[in-house]
Design a protein around this ligand. Sequence first.
Ligand SMILES: NC(=O)C1=CN([C@@H]2O[C@H](COP(=O)(O)OP(=O)(O)OC[C@H]3O[C@@H](n4cnc5c(N)ncnc54)[C@H](OP(=O)(O)O)[C@@H]3O)[C@@H](O)[C@H]2O)C=CC1
Ligand SMILES: CC(=O)[C@H](N)C(=O)O
Length: 252
Amino acid sequence: MSKIALITGATSGIGAACAHLFAAQGYHLILLARREERLTEIAKHLEDKYAIEVKKIIADVRDHEDLSYRLDTLPASWKKVNVLINNAGLSQGLDPIDKGNFADWDTMIDTNVKGLLYTTKIVSNWMVAQKSGHIINIGSIAGQEVYPNGNVYCATKHAVDALNKSMRIDLLPHGIRVTAINPGMVETEFSKVRFKGDESRAKKVYDGLEPLVANDIAEAIWFAVSRPAHVNINDMLIMPTAQATATIIDRN
Ligand SMILES: NC(=O)C1=CN([C@@H]2O[C@H](COP(=O)(O)OP(=O)(O)OC[C@H]3O[C@@H](n4cnc5c(N)ncnc54)[C@H](OP(=O)(O)O)[C@@H]3O)[C@@H](O)[C@H]2O)C=CC1
Ligand SMILES: CC(=O)[C@H](N)C(=O)O
């Protein structure tokens, strides 16, 4: 069987771009997300275009019982995962700490931190058994810096940075590579989700600059994955040319 990549959050943005790029490289894919119709459409398109096989997992990474069940019941040959891309994630709201919404905080912490942990625990067990694998954790510039009103989202991405570093230590004896990819502004559905469907507010985030596109990040991930087996890219911070820090942006 060809190599296998498991990508969480594969229905849009960076995850969907990774699915396309890895399919083009001949990987079979396990694609995970909540929106069934979209995932089915993407899976069918990739199977037809690249003659690869795709297993769809319709799941919410926050629900560890359901996630464990769906991943555990994959056939044994599909558990030989070479690359795990921990990409599912989101921001909800952009409010000062005193105005924050408990439900938004729970959603971000449960998805970005706990969801990443649940997926990693299950898949890293398979990688430990085969003594190889590569885990890609999608962090953010928000995991390197904080910015006004970013509080909880920034905290979750700082947690991803810590987990990325510590899982590299834990998995070192098992020959597993661990890489964090930390993007700046990438135009995806991220801002639409952050602003709960407010398209015009989401669009304003990218006004007057050329943001990254999802494929820019997928290519960086592919670069890390395609290094020789003795090379581990620990992390990459990737920004649009017009972005110097989380908040210093050159808009024309
Ligand atoms: N865009 C940006 O500027 C940046 C993004 N990032 C990070 O990149 C990652 C991808 O985001 P991006 O592509 O931009 O955003 P998108 O909103 O376009 O994609 C997010 C993906 O995550 C999935 N997802 C969200 N919640 C869950 C969940 N509970 N269970 C399973 N899947 C889930 C969504 O699928 P579905 O709704 O179908 O479940 C979707 O496929 C995130 O971790 C984000 O924090 C980091 C830095 C910059
Ligand atoms: C999605 C991101 O991490 C972005 N840089 C932000 O925090 O707004």
